[in-house]
Design a protein around this ligand. Structure first.
Ligand SMILES: [Zn+2]
Length: 487
């Protein structure tokens, strides 16, 4: 292992005199079979440094070789080579036990601080987690998202495992692609397959009759007077059965097909999460039970289920709704999840501080919680503090694109409820990030900021310059999530 970073600094200075400043991330130092690897920052740019006398080892990476050192960019190819050398940098499945947290990182800059925020809490990070919508808005590929996660894991020397989630995938081609790229978790978004109930109750019979007679016969035999459901306190009568069969049958068939085609015979364990949360229809206990049992009885294993809970889970702000009612709903879902052996998953989990203690308790620490935009908002907080001129420009861009952003994201923000920032002093800008309407505005309009090359360049430059402040803000903010969930 590297004996002295002072000596190594001297060595690197001699071999690469073109760089002025050198800083090693000591937590990244690792010995592989034929050489050593460490991450360092050279004039503000993170790179991988290899030390070895073996050309075979050095040749596995691309970069600039001098002496027994090789300086390598944090590229996709080098990430794949890193994965081969250091298996702990490969994403792995979480399974059905314990807690995990999805830590979406739109910028690809937050992973290192996310890991620091987890501390010693028994929670597995899902570092790579970007929905197709986010990838489109940020012009990133899923490869880059996994790359950023793997480099963060290496930088932090994080050996407790991490996961990569193909998040909210709906299309088979996207699923196939994500599985090829090495995801360790698939979140299947079933929303396109959920049927809406007919407006008139009388029409439900008609839609139900469209299911094949043999299917209806089986369902009625299995679910009416169902002892297993009764033991969970769930009574499924004929109208309830008709409702859940009509709403969920196609989604269940889709989930089975995806499992059989992509997951059942995969060369590695891949967590399978069923997401039925992206809908107006609150998932009742009978629906969760029906979906889970249909899958189990057909030999389909899932690791987690994300129901649509009662109340509002809006982006970047706290839970809206009656906590007592939510707790009852949560307890029922937790009990059903426990019964089938999967974990309960909570989406849009950023900043839902009111419900975190309930989630930890009701699930006995067996849950998955997804956060994403909240780390982006912390980045904007840092920009508000450090570069108010840029923040005002970003804010302006957000305000003028809010109407369009609202067609992609469900939020309540009305343009006139967002305080106009030209009335504010610079020192007041960071406090906008504590304002619900402003948070929602900035949460959903990132795609428009990205689309403006100038804004995007300046945004990254500012965060790079103040990355220690960004890390600190993330450790604080994500740390508050974890301690409320598991404290
Ligand atoms: Zn969701």
């Amino acid at each position: 292992m590297i004996q002295s970073f002072d000596l190594l600094t001297e060595q690197v200075q001699k071999l690469f005199p073109e760089f002025q400043s050198i800083h090693f991330f000591e937590s990244s130092a690792n010995a592989a079979q034929d050489g050593e690897l460490v991450m360092l920052s050279l004039d503000g740019e993170d790179k991988l440094l290899l030390l070895s006398d073996s050309s075979l080892f050095l040749d596995a990476f691309t970069g600039d070789s001098r002496g027994n050192c090789k300086l390598c960019p944090l590229s996709h190819e080098n990430r794949l080579a890193l994965n081969k050398c250091l298996p702990f940098t490969v994403p792995t499945a979480v399974g059905v036990e314990g807690a995990s947290i999805g830590l979406g990182d739109r910028l690809g800059l937050a992973g290192f601080a996310h890991l620091a925020a987890l501390g010693d809490y028994p929670v597995k990070p899902v570092l790579a987690q970007q929905s197709i919508r986010e990838l489109n808005f940020t012009h990133r590929h899923f490869e880059e998202v996994i790359d950023a996660a793997a480099w963060a894991v290496f930088k932090a020397g994080w050996r407790r495992g991490y996961a990569a989630d193909g998040d909210h995938l709906k299309k088979e081609s996207d699923i196939a692609h994500a599985v090829d790229l090495g995801i360790s978790m698939l979140t299947l978004d079933c929303s396109d397959w959920l049927q809406t109930l007919p407006a008139k109750a009388a029409d439900l019979d008609k839609v139900y009759e469209e299911l094949p007679a043999a299917v209806r016969l089986r369902l009625e035999k299995e679910y009416l007077n169902d002892v297993e459901a009764a033991e969970l306190g769930i009574r499924i009568d004929l109208p309830t059965l008709k409702r859940v069969a009509v709403i969920y049958s196609e989604a269940i068939a889709f989930a089975k097909k995806i499992y059989r085609t992509y997951l059942e015979h995969a060369d590695r364990a891949i967590d399978f999460e069923i997401s039925i949360d992206e809908t107006e229809e609150v998932t009742g206990a009978a629906a969760h039970y029906f979906f889970a049992r249909e899958l189990r009885d057909d030999g389909v294993s899932i690791t987690s289920m994300a129901p649509r809970f009662v109340g509002e889970f809006q982006k970047g702000i706290d839970y809206m709704g009656d906590l007592k009612v939510f707790e009852q709903d949560l307890n029922r879902h937790a009990m059903i999840a426990e019964h089938f052996g999967h974990r309960l998953s909570i989406h849009s989990g950023s900043d839902k501080f009111r419900i975190f203690p309930l989630v930890g308790r009701a699930t006995h620490g067996k849950f998955h919680l997804k956060t994403a935009g909240t780390s982006w908002l912390e980045a904007l907080r840092v920009i508000a503090e450090k570069n108010p001129v840029l923040f005002r420009k970003l804010y302006q861009c957000a305000s003028s694109n809010l109407a369009e952003a609202k067609s992609y994201y469900v939020i309540q923000t009305e343009i006139d409820s967002v305080p106009l920032n030209d009335l504010l002093e610079d020192a007041q800008l960071p406090a906008l990030l504590n304002h619900e309407a402003a948070r929602q505005l900035l949460h959903v309009t990132y795609g428009f900021m990205w689309a403006d090359e100038e804004l995007k360049t300046e945004l990254f430059a500012t965060l790079k310059e103040f990355r220690e402040r960004y890390d600190e803000a993330l450790v604080e903010h994500i740390g508050r999530h974890i301690s409320a969930l598991l404290g």
